[in-house]
Ligand binder design. Structure first.
Ligand SMILES: Nc1ncnc2c1ncn2[C@@H]1O[C@H](COP(=O)(O)OP(=O)(O)OP(=O)(O)O)[C@@H](O)[C@H]1O
Ligand SMILES: [Mg+2]
Ligand SMILES: [Zn+2]
Length: 594
């Protein structure tokens, strides 16, 4: 079969995406390749198709057992002969024998297994189609997940001359890319870089006032959808999970403090569900293959733009619309700064971290297009507006806040650099509360000089001043103190622009749960097909998306195939799935017309 035939018949897709076709033809021709493509872009296909074209078995090195099993399961439903060898394989002996017999198109192996002596000898006597190294950033110390055993993969590949190697990663960083190629012995002119844009993800960023209220308001627009909420601490994940459960959502916590058994159960529940919310620390997510994650919320700041991109990238891998929602506060900035200062490493390393943090803050503060800001960070040019981020959809009004910033900084100074935002805003607003009177701040020269602004606007200014280091937090009492960037502002040497805070609006409840773009007349059938999918998935012991993606069900509901031949033309319906599940869906469609 040609690559196109394999794409249609085995995988059920209509077209190759982006650089897939080029990479696939290179690997088939025996050329090495380092493919750098965003999360969800379809890297797996880049080695799965050549594996079916080239003679012999393709070895796929993958760092995570869950990831391997998931892929093998999906391949089985497509009728592809695949197996896995890792430290947890129970049927290792059988897999081993099948491998030697040439029974597999693909064998997924952990790096440890691949590097064992026995395996090294075995591959010399077996026909190997290609070596794929997934999550290849693990080979680089610059990457975010260094695995020392990945360093020994180059000699392993070298021991199989003539076998093409293809490394794959979503890592964006320029230094890391070059290092991966070097460490795996891939020539630097064999790097394929595809754009980092994830156009189906809508980015939005808000300042924090009341996390509980803000989260529930956001969730009101996401009912019936699966998503991830990242929180900075274990305790916060538990707390957020409780809030959601109280409010009637299906939610689970996930963090390193939970017993391994509980963690993997929660993960499995999440992957199988269509509407669960995972409240997690960043321990959760790497290698999770759940294409129908509809939203990722950051209830606090990510570590850097790279981390933000990685974490938000887990949303919408199926290509359907998804949301990345970030809620941040000034304390988060203080906390990150603290980590950087306290961390070990050279001054140069700390300076580098500080630079990365400033880039993150610029992203939070921008009044321009978020997507453009993100892509620029990765060295890509992008149009000035994307139409799918908060700033593009709802362009902010900018205020000249230079004078107001001076007032706020003076208030900090005049009250002795000991108080938090709440108290300072009362003083500025001229509220003679008990506490204000107790400290005599009602008689201070700054009392009431900020009456013209609402409290939310002052909060936003305080957050921004903290972000640019004009305000800092005293490590002992937590009050705001003047930072190094305060002086030029007080002296009127720099201007401060601030987004006008809009009055709070009730969250727009989204029209429907999954598949927002299902036509009203197809809605009932779509829901029926989903419930059929749920049942078939449960019977087969696989997550629903492995049966068919939402997009596939949407196409069925719209086109209403009347025969197996019609059904085969629906994107996402390959030959084997057609045989296993086509009749059931066809029957449901026919029944609905009756
Ligand atoms: N040509 C295509 N047409 C339609 N869907 C595709 C195509 N190629 C891949 N997909 C789908 O895209 C989704 C993501 O693919 P895949 O798991 O390979 O992503 P990835 O690039 O490895 O992402 P990650 O970095 O998160 O591992 C899958 O659901 C897959 O079926
Ligand atoms: Mg992948
Ligand atoms: Zn935009």
């Amino acid at each position: 079969m040609t690559p196109h035939e394999i794409l249609h018949r085995v995988f059920g897709h209509a077209e190759f995406r982006g650089p897939q076709e080029q990479i696939i033809s290179d690997v088939i021709a025996g050329r090495d390749c380092l493919a750098i493509m965003p999360t969800g872009a379809g890297k797996s296909l880049c080695y799965q198709v050549p594996a079916l074209v080239r003679p012999g078995t393709a070895l796929v090195i993958s760092p995570l057992i869950a990831l391997m099993e998931d892929q093998v399961q999906a391949l089985h439903t497509q009728g592809v002969r695949a197996g896995t060898l890792n430290s947890q394989s129970t049927d290792g002996g059988q897999v081993w024998r099948d491998f030697v017999d040439g029974q597999f198109d693909l064998l997924y192996v952990s790096p440890e297994r691949a590097l064992s002596d026995g395996f090294g000898q075995m591959v010399q006597r077996t026909e190997i189609a290609l070596i794929a190294i997934d999550e290849a950033h693990c080979v680089s110390q610059w990457g975010h997940d260094f695995r020392p055993e990945y360093r020994r993969l180059k000699p392993f590949c070298d021991s199989l001359p003539g076998v093409p190697r293809i490394a794959l990663t979503a890592t964006a960083d320029r230094e890391t890319r070059a290092d991966i190629a070097l460490q795996l012995g891939i020539a630097s002119d064999r790097i394929t870089l595809s754009g980092f844009d994830r156009p189906n993800i809508r980015y939005d960023v808000v300042g924090r006032d009341t996390l509980h209220r803000q989260l529930l308001a956001f969730m009101a627009g996401q009912a019936g959808r699966a998503g991830i909420i990242y929180a900075p601490t274990r305790a916060a994940t538990e707390k957020i999970c409780d809030w959601l459960v109280e409010a009637g959502y299906r939610a689970r916590p996930y963090h390193a403090g939970l017993e391994a058994g509980i963690r993997s159960r929660h993960q499995a529940d999440f992957v199988k569900s269509e509407d669960m919310v995972m409240c997690a620390t960043i321990a959760f997510g790497m290698g999770i293959n759940k294409p129908d994650v509809r939203f990722v919320v950051h209830a606090g700041l990510p570590k850097s733009i790279e981390s933000y991109y990685q974490e938000t990238g887990r949303a919408g891998r199926d290509g359907d619309p998804a949301v990345a929602h970030l809620i941040w506060g000034g304390e988060d900035v203080a906390r990150l700064r603290g980590f950087i200062a306290a961390g070990d490493g050279s001054d140069a390393h700390k300076a580098n971290e500080a630079r990365r943090m400033n880039a993150l803050i610029a992203f939070l503060e921008t009044a321009g297009c978020r997507r453009q800001e993100l892509l620029r960070y990765f060295g890509e040019t992008a149009p000035a507006t994307c139409g799918n981020c908060d700033n593009c959809l709802n362009p902010p009004t900018l205020l000249d806040a230079t004078e107001a910033a001076r007032k706020l900084l003076s208030a900090v100074y005049r009250t002795g650099q000991r108080f938090g935002t709440g108290h300072l805003i009362e003083v500025l607003g001229g509220k003679a509360t008990e506490k204000v009177q107790k400290f005599g701040h009602d008689r201070s020269s700054v009392f009431g000089i900020g009456k013209d602004w609402p409290a939310d606007q002052w909060k936003s200014l305080a957050r921004q001043l903290e972000a640019i280091d004009a305000l800092e937090r005293d490590p002992q009492h937590g009050g705001l103190v003047l930072g190094p960037a305060a002086r030029p502002i007080l002296k009127g040497e720099v201007a401060i622009n601030l987004k006008q805070v809009e009055p709070r609006r009730a969250a727009k409840a989204s029209s429907s749960a999954a598949g927002a773009d299902v036509a009203p007349q197809d809605r009932a059938l779509f829901d029926e097909l989903r419930s059929l999918r749920r049942q078939l998935a449960a019977d087969a012991g696989v997550p629903p998306y492995i049966v068919f993606a939402d997009a596939t069900l949407r196409a069925m509901a719209a086109r209403r195939p009347q025969s197996m031949a019609d059904m085969a033309r629906i994107p996402g319906v390959g030959a084997v799935k057609l045989e296993s599940w086509g009749p059931a869906f066809l029957a449901a469609i026919t029944a609905s017309a009756a």
